[in-house]
Design a protein around this ligand. Structure first.
Ligand SMILES: NC(=O)c1ccc[n+]([C@@H]2O[C@H](COP(=O)([O-])OP(=O)(O)OC[C@H]3O[C@@H](n4cnc5c(N)ncnc54)[C@H](OP(=O)(O)O)[C@@H]3O)[C@@H](O)[C@H]2O)c1
Length: 247
């Protein structure tokens, strides 16, 4: 029980990495608020996670974001942990083929959305000497041949530098800010790239450890960052990627 008495918000907690994170937090004693925009998927997730509360919210909407943080504090009296996890992946296209609205949507969800949540959460995290984990990606660390998801890569690189900025900015308030860069993880987001056995073999081989990751393998690293085990760690960027980024 690493998180007894803690109150956490996990954005995009209805499925994938966010769901696995909310689950492991609840198993470790936290009260968890999970958010997503699809209320049905959110309800299903809440039913599977004890001690969880779901609040439907679109991360692109400032009022929705305020509602999540304010309702969390109203219900549980405080906020200790924010996991900036909600994200989308665009259609694969080369830069010159991307429409500006497509670019803007990815940045709005994956980067500005994290700014919105963090901005509203900070005053409460100051009171608890809380902790933030940003979910970036290997795509924020380096370019990959044929990856062609520039808005996504830009948003994820943005989260890496913002992790360092926020860690420095709020260290005096004892708020720790860390970041995880996953490789390819088996979730709805990566389903389009894992349709056939051949796709899966290719993706497995992209990772030096010989396989893609599972959501709970990322969740365990997130748990480490928010627990007291990482009490002296802030501004850290941790790859959890089967070695993909070291090639
Ligand atoms: N899977 C990977 O291989 C991988 C690798 C590196 C990094 N990541 C990052 O890890 C994070 C989680 O990815 P995942 O694979 O678990 O994704 P996923 O299975 O597609 O789940 C995405 C989550 O984000 C939520 N979300 C999307 N748009 C939203 C919006 N506008 N407002 C509120 N919530 C929204 C979704 O809610 P709804 O169901 O309501 O849409 C869902 O709960 C993302 O930031 C992703 O970029 C994933």
């Amino acid at each position: 029980m690493k998180l007894s008495g803690k109150v956490a918000i996990v954005t995009g907690g209805s499925r994938g990495i966010g769901f696995a994170t909310a689950k492991i937090f609840a198993e470790n004693g936290a009260n968890v608020v999970i958010t997503a925009k699809d209320s049905k998927r959110l309800e299903n997730a809440v039913n599977e996670i004890p001690n969880s509360v779901g609040i439907t919210a679109d991360i692109r909407n400032e009022n929705d974001v305020k509602k999540v943080v304010e309702q969390t504090v109203k219900k549980f009296g405080k906020l200790d942990i924010l996991i900036n996890n909600a994200g989308i992946f665009p259609k694969i296209k080369q830069l010159h083929e991307i429409e500006e609205f497509e670019w803007n949507e990815v940045l709005d969800v994956n980067l500005t959305g994290q700014f919105r949540f963090t901005k509203v959460a900070i005053p409460y995290l100051k009171k608890t000497s809380g902790s933030i984990v940003n979910i970036s990606s290997d795509a924020g660390l380096k370019a990959y041949q044929g990856f062609n998801a520039d808005a996504y890569s830009a948003s994820k690189a943005g989260m890496i530098i913002l992790t360092k900025c926020w860690a420095l900015e709020y260290a005096k308030d004892k708020i720790r800010v860390n970041c995880i860069c996953p490789g390819v993880v088996d979730t709805d987001m990566t389903k389009p790239f894992l349709k056939t056995e051949k796709d899966r073999d290719f993706m497995n081989n992209e990772h030096p450890l010989g396989r893609i990751g599972q959501p709970d393998e990322v969740a365990k690293a997130i748990l480490y960052f928010v627990s007291d085990d990482a009490a002296w760690t802030t501004g850290a960027i941790l790859t959890v990627d089967g070695g993909e980024s070291i090639k």
